[in-house]
Design a protein around this ligand. Structure first.
Ligand code: AMP
Length: 186
């Protein structure tokens, strides 16, 4: 069966790095909405123009925009054949509900890569990305607690949430993720 995975976690939790490893190990298509939006900004598309100021402020792109992008991406042949790993989506309950509507039975596991706020803040300041100003970091963490954290309960209620401790070495964390994913394959 083609796996349908979601990785959740605060910005700076290491989920981008781990997502690449998961995609490689399990052969699923890695779909990062942040990467898609940054590519649109770099290309100067209409979407990129709309998204840039929102992203720079650390705010969320409106649900109707991001939902349409993900829905379209999930219909592509590579995703149908190989399955997917969503990274950075869903970020709101509205996005999760839309996803459940178009992915339905194809959603197998939502993993919360769990790292405390203090730890992610210092990691983000250290990585020095253009949108990693102190204000934008605080704004994103605040949005994570208010908009994204409720998703954990939403997935738990549907019986597909796994919480994985995100502290430790990259390889150590990956090992825990691998075990969680192999659990749903059996
Ligand atoms: P990320 O690389 O996942 O941290 O995303 C970078 C930025 O893109 C975020 O701070 C948001 O402004 C925007 N973004 C990415 N994914 C979403 C999403 N699912 N919903 C709304 N905005 C998003």
């Amino acid at each position: 069966m083609a796996l349908g995975l979601i990785i959740l976690g605060r910005q700076g939790s290491g989920k981008g790095t781990q997502a690449l490893r998961i995609a490689e190990r399990f052969g699923v298509v890695h779909i990062s909405t942040g990467d898609m939006l940054r590519a649109a900004v770099a290309e100067g598309t209409e979407l990129g123009r709309q998204a840039k100021a929102i992203m720079d402020a650390g705010d969320l792109v409106p649900d109707e925009i991001i939902i349409g992008i993900v829905e379209e991406r999930l219909q592509k042949e590579d995703v149908r054949a190989q399955g997917f790993l969503l990274d950075g989506f869903p970020r709101t309950v509205g996005q999760a509900e839309a996803l459940a509507g178009f992915a339905g039975d194809g959603l197998h596991l939502a993993i919360n890569l769990d790292v405390a706020v203090e730890e992610v803040t210092s990691r983000m300041l250290a990585r020095g990305r253009a949108d990693d100003t102190v204000e934008a970091i605080e704004r994103r963490l605040h949005l994570y607690e208010t908009e994204t954290a409720p998703l954990l309960a939403w997935f738990a209620e549907r019986g597909i949430l796994a919480v994985v401790d995100g502290l430790g070495t990259e390889a150590g964390v990956f090992e825990r993720l691998r075990q969680a994913i192999e659990g749903v394959q059996q």
